[in-house]
Ligand binder design. Structure first.
Ligand SMILES: [Zn+2]
Ligand SMILES: [Zn+2]
Length: 284
């Protein structure tokens, strides 16, 4: 069976990711207005009412803006840690009790056909998590909103078929940015802030060496990064070990305001131990 993954939105102004395996369709985060997410879903042929639920990483507004609207309008259960519920409850409107689901970070559960593994991430929220979603032997991981790339995060996502990895900012662009207060700069650069292009590149290299074939750079800052710069820093770093995007790994940027293509992840049965294959069809 195939797994499908589509970054609908990824960036500091809003995040929503779609994942499907078998009959189970999930959103990870809904950090844009409900209408925008519905439109993006319909553009890939997914009726929002057919979703099995929304997984929430943490309570920052770029991850929850549309959660309440979508949950109420389509009767979707919302899954979050108790800390995240605490942080978001006052911001997303009333969620009917039957749609309110709580999970423990680090304790796996099944949601239909998808196995959900969550793990703590170093970020300045109440109880933030990253996710690894399993469909059979295939898996997709998200690791964004990370102040630093820890060993624990590496252990959780290494070997995933596809990873969405944060490449948030260029530290020099951020330091020079006149629109950001020094407190905000310190927050982003801190251990519980966001991952720079350089830190992402180091993590990326380790993850590619561990067998991941497709990595999407995500959660880019609109002011302190560009897709070209993120790609260049990451590509240059891979090049030090003669790893070439396009040849050895598929490396793309998940766009901030334009939905990405649907990635189809399938098992290859050709040779024992061969890597899982991810194909990227046309956007439709
Ligand atoms: Zn965020
Ligand atoms: Zn955040």
């Amino acid at each position: 069976m195939e797994m499908y993954f589509c970054p609908l939105f990824s960036g500091s102004s809003g995040n929503a990711l779609f994942c499907q395996y078998g009959y189970t369709r999930l959103l990870i985060d809904a950090g844009k207005p409900g209408r925008a997410i519905e439109e993006a879903l319909r553009s890939i042929g997914v009726d929002p009412g057919t979703l099995s639920g929304i997984l929430v990483t943490h309570e920052h507004s770029d991850h929850i803006q549309g959660v309440g609207v979508l949950a109420r309008r389509h009767g979707l259960p919302v899954y979050a840690t108790s800390g995240t519920w605490l942080g978001m409850e006052g911001k997303i409107g009333k969620i009917p009790p039957e749609l309110r689901r709580e999970f423990y970070a680090g304790r796996d559960f099944y949601l239909g056909d998808l196995g959900v593994v969550s793990f703590p991430i170093p970020h300045d929220a109440q109880e933030p998590v990253g996710f690894r979603l399993y469909g059979g032997n295939l898996s997709v991981s998200t690791a964004t909103d990370l102040g630093c790339f820890t060993r624990e995060v590496y252990d959780q996502i290494a070997g995933s078929s596809l990873i969405l990895l944060e490449s948030n900012h260029d530290p020099d662009m951020l330091r020079r940015n006149p629109h950001y207060s020094s407190a905000l700069k310190a927050r982003i650069l801190g251990e519980r802030g966001h991952l720079s292009n350089e830190s992402c590149a180091k993590a990326l290299r380790a993850l590619v060496n561990a067998g991941t074939g497709t990595v999407l750079l995500g959660h880019l800052s609109g002011e302190n990064n560009t897709p070209e710069l993120a790609m260049r820093v990451n590509t240059d770093y891979l090049g030090l070990e003669d790893i070439q995007p396009g040849r050895d790994v598929t490396l793309n940027v998940a766009q901030r305001d334009t939905r990405g293509p649907v990635y189809i992840i399938r098992e290859t049965h050709s040779a024992p131990g061969s890597r899982q294959q991810v194909t990227e069809p046309s956007s439709e």
